[in-house]
Design a protein around this ligand. Structure first.
Ligand code: SF4
Length: 395
């Protein structure tokens, strides 16, 4: 197998961030840069698959638990990061392409609402999390995007945010100092920062006066951080971007946006998109769902840079798995068609006010059951004008 993509580690001192403007996958010459260990050497990174095929290391794992981070359809509510500022770091700039790439220092949940700003606005863009919401349950999408109903922070999602922040900040250190003890030492400071920026997370431990639950929660964050070192070697990585906010407008006018945990760019220009998950890897039959978010990002990067990312990599810290996928243009075109269909469905629901509940076992983790007709609740008054097609009554 071609192992070069496992070596998409940018050189210290700056990699070539301007890959050739080609929509096809570049060849895979050996990388001259310092690299990650080759596939199959015990690094935990499975050998790369053949073009256009998903690969899973075969370890069975349950669907991510409640509050887990998987944005994919069919999983628990998403968490992630929020673009909370720090503008000015341009990323993934491509010649001639309209680029919005901003490194963010977010520690909050991905609002990803795609609303025009303000409560009650119609959706104007799509993020992977919100696309997954609509696929899971249109009414859930409405509650989150249009009504913007508040949600309680969850311990698992908040821990995911904390771990993401630690992994991001670790790359501030010189390569040789990116050790597990150093990473673990970042946890208290990042937890303090998270409490400052999102005071509501302190509610999680309001009923924990002796700090026992908090200590266990932080210990689990340490374990997740430690496990990362069994999967990747940060002393041999120099990310081109971390926590990168990307946004692209498709020809149809649909705006896609999201935050990519890490972008590695090899000296050859090959791009690897990396996402950390603090939950467990999905079973192989759910891998496609897990990859939806990554293909979404790959489509955005393709549209911005005019180059198809060479590899998509999901790093599951909860189970110690790495799921990789090497996309081809046809994959991303399929995702684009799917997103257009989704957006049309969202547009129709927005106009008609017909946001149907779609109950599944995931309802158990939904914060909005009190407003959901499936659970005897009543949605708040629909805040948008309803078109001539009328409403089905959920709004
Ligand atoms: S509780 Fe209702 S709104 Fe929430 S996911 Fe289930 S069906 Fe959708």
């Amino acid at each position: 197998m071609d192992s070069s993509i496992d070596e998409v580690a940018a050189q210290p001192g700056g990699a070539d961030r301007t890959p050739p403007a080609t929509p096809s996958r570049p060849p895979s010459p050996p990388m001259p840069a310092p690299t990650e260990p080759p596939a199959g050497d015990g690094s935990g990174t499975a050998p790369g698959p053949a073009s256009g095929t998903a690969e899973h290391d075969g370890r069975a794992a349950p669907v991510p638990a409640a509050g887990g981070e998987d944005d994919a359809p069919g999983t628990a509510p998403a968490s992630g990061t929020t673009e909370t500022g720090c503008p000015g770091t341009a990323g993934l700039a491509a010649g001639g392409a309209a680029v919005t790439g901003t490194a963010v220092t977010g520690t909050g949940q991905d609002s990803g609402s795609g609303t025009g700003g303000g409560r009650g606005g119609p959706p104007t863009s799509l993020s992977p999390s919100r696309a997954s919401d609509f696929m899971q349950c249109p009414l859930l999408y409405r509650f989150r995007v249009i009504d913007r109903l508040p949600e309680k922070p969850s311990a698992a999602a908040t821990r995911g945010t904390l771990v993401h922040a630690v992994l991001e900040r670790l790359f501030d250190a010189p390569a040789g100092e990116r050790t597990a003890p150093r990473a673990k030492a970042l946890i208290p400071g990042q937890w303090d920062r998270l409490r400052e920026t999102r005071p509501e997370v302190t509610e999680l431990f309001a009923d924990d006066p002796d700090g026992e639950r908090l200590a266990g929660w932080l210990a689990e964050a340490e374990r997740l951080v430690e496990r990362w070192f069994t999967l990747e070697d940060p002393t041999r990585l120099e990310p081109a971007e971390r926590e990168l906010f990307v946004e692209a407008e498709l020809e149809s006018g649909l705006r896609l946006r999201g935050i990519i945990d890490r972008v590695d760019v090899a000296p050859t220009g090959e791009v690897r998109i990396v996402d950390y998950k603090t939950g467990k890897a999905p079973r192989p039959e759910y891998a496609e769902g897990a990859l939806f978010q990554m293909k979404f990002y790959a489509l955005v990067v393709w549209r911005l840079k005019r180059v198809v990312p060479r590899r998509l990599q999901l790093v599951y810290l909860g189970s110690g798995d790495v799921l990789t996928y090497d996309p081809v243009p046809a994959d991303l075109e399929r995702v684009e068609r799917r997103l257009h269909a989704l957006w049309e469905a969202i547009r129709q629901a927005t106009e008609t006010g017909d946001w149907r509940p779609r109950p599944t076992k995931l309802c158990g983790w939904c914060d909005h059951r009190a407003h959901c007709p499936e659970f005897g609740g009543t949605p708040p008054p629909y805040p948008l004008p309803v078109g001539p097609a009328g409403s089905s009554g959920t709004g």
